[in-house]
Design a protein around this ligand. Structure first.
Ligand code: 2PG
Ligand code: MG
Length: 423
């Protein structure tokens, strides 16, 4: 049983150059491990609170010195010398110490960094790979690797809003391995970059997650360009490479209207618009098609998509077990986007996963738009048996750290990719 010798933290920078928290956990047996946490831009309002310093003269108020001080002060003090039998015990200690419903006292960034650093140290202490340790935590056995969903085009909050929706992603469908999937994505990405130059006369400028962000005149053109890039790469749309989208519609929804492509649509109109895209393009998954508070219309969206594309909830659910329960009861979605930092501990995220699975939902384990070079996400997706993983594009090291870790896990385990079509 691990005994915690000490925990500590420092401020490090994420892929947007903004501060975040990196924690280290040392166990009495001599093992020590670190973990850093990501940060979103298109955040859901129900997310756990990332503690920021608010001092405008430093990093425009985004500093994490307070969160770091919470690790180096009260958290270190509370955990020193503690024997912790399992992850849930550690997380329970952290939750009790924080004492707020949304982790606003210690900060979800401080709490999660410690939660994951402990998991990594525990795995090392047991002498098992991190993905195996994550699996054991929930009593699971890894049997497959997750299907990739890779950011090709960006809009919305990740790209200055040149088009309303946030991500067009490519999903390698005929690929049999992570290795083959990445080669297919590379081919499509290169074709899309060339298309951007010939069509829009722009260099391949990249958005927060490394996606291409030319000035698309509309969402339909953005989707059409994605299909052209797949075809230009000599791949068959849908059969070889399908499309997923993150509409992220909470971010263009106000006063009961969705402002998109020059229109102000009510919820029924937004569902019709999504259905048009679904008819015209090889789309297999639609994330946040409606706003996070537009609860009453989500069931209609789901009925419209059923059997054709996943109704995936991100801002709607915030990896929050209570919101997931509500969505299951209402028939509002059939897939969970799981982001551990939305809820703040591994234990609560594990509960969110179990709930989603109990309803027969699909699960996508997701990175955030602000990421670090840490690669624990890849292990989490494998260990927790995710259907899909969403990391961003293939052009920036904070994303590639995770893709490369998946390649390592694939080489070490020879696990097959999860079956397709899915659903
Ligand atoms: C999302 C994520 C990742 P962010 O909306 O799904 O793409 O973005 O981390 O900014 O919330
Ligand atoms: Mg999203």
């Amino acid at each position: 049983m691990p005994v915690i010798e000490s925990v500590s933290a420092i401020e490090v920078l994420d892929s947007r150059g903004r501060p975040t928290v990196k924690a280290t956990c040392a166990l009495a047996g001599g093992v020590s491990a670190s973990a850093s946490v990501p940060s979103g831009a298109s955040t859901g309002t129900a997310e756990a609170i990332e503690l920021r310093d608010g001092d405008k003269s430093r990093y425009r108020g985004l500093g994490c010195r307070k969160a770091v001080a919470n690790v180096n002060g009260p958290i270190r003090h509370a955990l020193h010398g503690r024997t912790v039998e399992q992850q849930a015990d550690l997380d329970q200690l952290l939750l009790a110490l924080d004492g707020t419903p949304n982790k606003s006292r210690l900060g979800a960034n401080a709490i999660l960094a410690v939660s994951i650093a402990f998991a990594r140290a525990f795995a090392a202490d047991r002498g098992v790979p991190l993905y195996q340790h994550f699996a054991d935590m929930l009593g699971l056995t890894p049997t497959t690797l997750p299907r990739l969903t890779v950011n090709l085009f960006s809009g919305g909050k990740h790209a200055g809003g040149q088009v309303a929706i946030q991500d067009v992603l490519v999903v390698p469908a005929s690929a049999k391995t992570i290795d083959e999937s990445l080669a297919a994505v590379f081919a499509v990405f290169q074709a899309a970059a060339e298309l951007g130059v010939s069509e829009y006369r722009v260099r391949p400028l990249r958005a927060d997650e490394g996606g291409l962000a030319p000035p698309f005149p509309s969402v339909a053109v953005m989707l059409d360009d994605a299909v052209r890039a797949i075809t230009d790469a000599k791949l068959i749309p849908r059969d070889d490479v399908a499309i997923a989208i993150d509409v992220a519609s909470s971010h263009f929804y106000s006063d009961n209207k969705y402002t998109i492509d020059g229109d102000a649509l009510d919820s029924a109109g937004m569902i019709d618009r999504i259905a048009l895209w679904l008819d015209a393009f090889p789309i297999v998954s639609i994330e946040d098609g409606l706003g996070e508070d537009d609860w009453s219309h989500w069931p209609a969206l789901r009925r419209r998509l059923r059997g054709r594309a996943l109704t995936l909830g991100d801002d709607l659910l915030c990896t929050n077990p209570e919101r997931i329960k509500r969505a299951i009861d209402a028939g509002a979605a059939d897939a969970l986007l799981l982001k551990v930092n939305q809820v703040g501990t591994l234990t609560e995220a594990g509960r969110a996963l179990a709930l989603a699975r109990s309803a027969g939902w699909r699960v996508t384990v997701s990175a955030r738009s602000g990421e670090t070079e840490d690669d624990w996400l890849a292990d989490l997706a494998v260990g927790w048996g995710a259907d899909q993983i969403k990391i961003g594009s293939i052009t920036q090291s904070e994303r590639l750290a995770k893709y490369n870790r998946l390649l390592e896990i694939e080489a070490a385990t020879r696990l097959p990719l999860i079956g397709w079509p899915n659903p």
